[in-house]
Design a protein around this ligand. Structure first.
Ligand SMILES: NC(=O)c1ccc[n+]([C@@H]2O[C@H](COP(=O)([O-])OP(=O)(O)OC[C@H]3O[C@@H](n4cnc5c(N)ncnc54)[C@H](O)[C@@H]3O)[C@@H](O)[C@H]2O)c1
Length: 258
């Protein structure tokens, strides 16, 4: 056994959607710090360029690509650009996601709004996995990591679209592990609890935070790097016999918005 090699990503290329900010940014930095050449795919190109620059200043390799995961031509373009720039694809972090935050009142939510959440959180992930898988198989190493949420197992009011979409991610992950396993591609998911990002800041109040902490053994909310650590585990060869799993990263507890 060569323990250090099990966390070595030096010959790997990773795509991180929503990699410019928040959890995705931490994942981009984490994978790059372990040697991966990273493609930061984000519809905020300026922020993606800033994150890529940070990575290069730290000695890593990174490229920023403008990509809205809701646009199929952007997804196909992302794969083409990654291959043109770095020649292969090994790791896909399907990180973009949104909706929820206790705002999904079924009395007022439209079917179109509900469908949009699934488009963003589920369909785009499935499609990008479909586009990347042949290249992962060709490279002989593939790891797909889908960003789930504690919402996928919590039960709370006014979050039915987001929560069910994240539950769909969990089950999709377990099933795709069967489809892609024979090609030596692993499929796993990370389920964050409440993590300090712009998305959380838009809904967090001091009252909500103290309720969350009362249910959190480790007595703090998550930081993006906490989630990036779990992503590194799934991306690296150390987890080479792990597939179809969801790892919840939540300080040992449950943080909900109600
Ligand atoms: N922050 C939390 O507490 C928390 C908890 C559970 C799950 N999650 C999940 O983690 C993931 C990341 O969340 P975050 O809090 O870091 O979000 P964030 O809002 O802080 O960052 C999201 C990033 O994705 C980009 N983005 C958004 N929509 C996009 C699109 N359509 N195409 C391309 N890029 C897009 C944004 O520009 C931004 O860079 C999401 O899937 C979210 O559901 C977050």
């Amino acid at each position: 056994m060569n323990p250090a090699a099990l966390f070595d990503l030096n010959d790997k290329v990773a795509i991180i959607t929503g990699g410019a900010k928040g959890i995705g940014k931490a994942c981009s930095q984490m994978l790059a710090a372990h040697g991966a050449r990273v493609v930061i795919a984000d519809f905020n190109l300026d922020a993606a360029k800033e994150t890529a620059q940070l990575i290069r200043e730290a000695g890593g390799q990174a490229k920023a690509v403008a990509c809205n995961v809701l646009e199929d031509s952007d997804l196909t373009g992302l794969v083409e650009t990654t291959l043109a720039e770095f020649g292969q694809i090994n790791i896909l972090v399907n990180n973009v996601g949104g909706g929820g935050a206790g705002r999904e009142n079924p009395a007022t939510l439209s079917v179109e709004e509900f469908a949009h959440v699934f488009q963003l959180n589920v369909f785009s992930n499935w499609r990008l996995a479909q586009l990347c898988a042949p290249h992962m198989e060709q490279a002989g190493y593939g790891s797909i990591i889908n960003m789930s949420s504690m919402s996928s197992i919590n039960k709370s009011p006014a979050i039915s679209a987001y929560a069910s979409s994240k539950a769909a991610i969990n089950h999709m992950t377990a099933n795709l592990a069967f489809d892609y396993g024979p090609a030596n591609i692993r499929v796993n998911a990370v389920g964050p609890g409440a993590v300090r990002t712009d998305a959380l800041a838009s809904v967090l109040t001091p009252e909500i935070e103290s309720t969350m902490l009362a249910h959190t053994p480790l007595q703090r909310l998550g930081e993006p790097e906490d989630i990036a650590g779990a992503v590194l585990y799934f991306a690296a060869p150390v987890s080479k016999w792990v597939s179809g799993q969801v790892l919840f990263v939540n300080g040992g507890g449950v943080q909900t918005l109600d």
